[in-house]
Design a binder for this molecule. Structure first.
Ligand SMILES: C[S@@+](CC[C@H](N)C(=O)[O-])C[C@H]1O[C@@H](n2cnc3c(N)ncnc32)[C@H](O)[C@@H]1O
Length: 363
C-alpha cells in the first residue's frame, strides 16, 4: 500500500452533489430528532454552544444537519451560538454559503448564530481546543485518510478484499478511526457529543468475509464495468488491478472494540450508542424508478458519479489515458457501460444501505 499526498483525497470536488445526494439528504432528515435531543442535553451548559459538521459537503444536507441543534438552542442569545461547516479545500464552498444564506438556510433567521467554516481534513485538527459542543460527521468518515494502491485484481471495493489485502486495508481503517476520535476529543467540550453516521456493515453468513456492507450492488456494478473495460483494453490492467476505493464501512463491533481496546479512547469517551442499522427503503435506493429501467439507470449513474466520479477519474481514468484515449473519453465510456448495465440488470445491482450510528459523550 502506498501513501499518497493530501490533495489526492478522493472525495474532493464531487460533482452535481445536491442533485444526486438522495441517501445523504434522507440520512440528515432521519437523524434530526437525535441531533435535537443531543443539543437539548447540552443546552444549559455555561460555555458558548457550537455545532461543527465535519465533512459537511456542499449541499442542503449540511443545513439540515445543524438546524435541529439551532432550534434546540433557540432560547440562548445568538452571541452564544455558532455553527462551523468543516470540509476539504475542494468542497464547493460557494454553493454551500449560497444555501446557508438563502431562503432555506438559517443565517438570516432571527437569533442566527455566527457562521464559520474550517477548511482541511478531519484526520487533522480542524477546531480549537474544547470549542465544539456537538460534533456531527455524516456520510464522510468512511472515506479513509488517503487513497489506496493495493494489488487486488478481483475488486475495487474494500469489502470484497480477502487475505493479506484485507488485513492491510483494515489496519489503515482502524488507525484512521482511532485518529479521528482522538482529534475530535481534543476539540469537544467536556460533556459534548460526537455523532457519527456513516455507511456501515453487518454480519451476513454466506457473504465474502461474512460481512454485508452498504452499497454492495453498486460497487459490484462498478467492478463489473472496470473488468469489462480492462478486458477490452479500455482501461490499463495494471492501474485497475491496483486500485481500491479508500473506503471502509465499519461494523458496530469494529467501531466499538476499537474504542474499548484503547486505553486512551476509553478514558476520553463514554459510549452512548454504537449500532449498525438497516435502512428500510425496500433494499434499493432508487426503488421508485424501478419500473422505468432507463430512468433507474440514469439515477444510479448520477448518484455514482457524484460520490465516486472524482476518485475514479484520478485513480483509473487519468492513469489509463494517453494511448489514443483521453480521460474524458474513458470516463464517458465507463458511465455509458455502467448505465447500460443498470438498465439491463436493474435491481440485481440495487444499492442497499446499512448505516453505522455512533454517539459518544466526551468525558
Ligand atoms: C458524501 S459527502 C457527505 C456530505 C454531508 N455530510 C452529507 O451528509 O450530505 C462526504 C463529504 O466528506 C468530505 N470529506 C471526505 N474526507 C474528508 C476529510 N478527510 N476531511 C474533511 N472532509 C472530508 C468530502 O469532501 C465530502 O464533502
Amino acid at each position: 500500500m502506498t501513501r499518497e499526498t493530501a490533495p489526492d483525497r478522493s472525495t474532493e470536488g464531487m460533482v452535481d452533489y445536491d442533485a444526486n445526494s438522495r441517501a445523504q439528504k434522507q440520512n440528515a432528515l432521519h437523524n434530526s430528532d437525535v441531533i435535537f435531543d443531543l443539543a437539548k442535553r447540552v443546552a444549559t451548559q455555561s460555555l458558548p454552544l457550537n455545532i461543527t459538521d465535519y465533512g459537511c459537503g456542499p449541499g442542503q444536507s449540511a443545513i439540515e444537519t445543524v438546524r435541529p441543534a439551532l432550534s434546540a438552542w433557540s432560547s440562548r442569545p445568538h452571541t452564544d451560538l455558532s455553527v462551523c461547516h468543516a470540509d476539504q479545500p475542494g468542497n464547493d464552498w460557494n454553493s454551500l454559503m449560497g444555501l446557508v444564506f438563502g431562503d432555506n438556510g438559517y443565517a438570516n433567521d432571527a437569533n442566527a448564530p455566527l457562521v464559520r467554516t474550517s477548511v482541511g481534513s478531519f484526520y487533522e485538527r480542524m477546531m480549537p481546543d474544547s470549542s465544539v459542543t456537538i460534533a456531527t460527521c455524516f456520510f464522510a468518515s468512511h472515506w479513509l485518510s488517503q487513497s489506496v494502491r493495493l494489488y487486488a485484481p478481483e475488486t475495487i471495493w474494500f469489502a470484497d478484499l480477502t487475505g493479506e489485502a484485507r488485513k492491510k486495508m483494515w489496519r489503515l481503517a482502524e488507525s484512521d478511526w482511532v485518529n479521528f476520535l482522538q482529534l475530535r476529543a481534543e476539540e469537544l467540550q467536556p460533556g459534548g457529543y460526537l455523532f457519527v453516521s456513516a455507511l456501515g456493515a453487518v454480519p451476513e453468513a454466506g457473504e465474502i468475509n461474512g460481512i454485508a456492507a452498504a452499497g454492495r450492488g453498486n460497487y459490484r456494478a462498478q467492478q463489473a464495468v472496470v473488468a469489462s473495460m480492462v478486458e477490452d483494453g479500455e482501461l490499463d490492467r495494471d492501474v485497475a488491478d491496483n486500485f481500491v476505493f479508500g473506503l471502509w464501512f465499519l461494523t458496530a463491533d469494529e467501531a466499538r472494540q476499537t474504542i474499548e481496546r484503547s486505553d486512551s479512547l476509553s478514558k476520553l469517551y463514554e459510549i452512548d450508542t454504537i449500532e449498525a442499522e438497516y435502512v428500510d427503503d425496500g433494499g434499493d435506493l432508487f426503488l421508485d424508478c424501478l419500473s422505468d429501467p432507463l430512468e433507474y439507470a440514469r439515477r444510479y449513474s448520477g448518484y455514482t458519479r457524484a460520490y465516486a466520479g472524482t476518485t475514479l477519474r484520478r485513480n483509473l481514468f487519468e492513469p489509463s489515458s494517453g494511448r489514443g484515449r483521453t480521460a474524458d473519453e474513458i470516463e464517458a465510456e465507463f458511465f455509458r457501460r455502467f448505465e447500460a448495465l443498470y438498465a439491463e440488470k436493474t435491481n440485481e445491482y440495487a444499492c442497499e444501505q446499512w448505516h453505522l450510528k455512533a454517539i459518544l459523550k466526551r468525558i
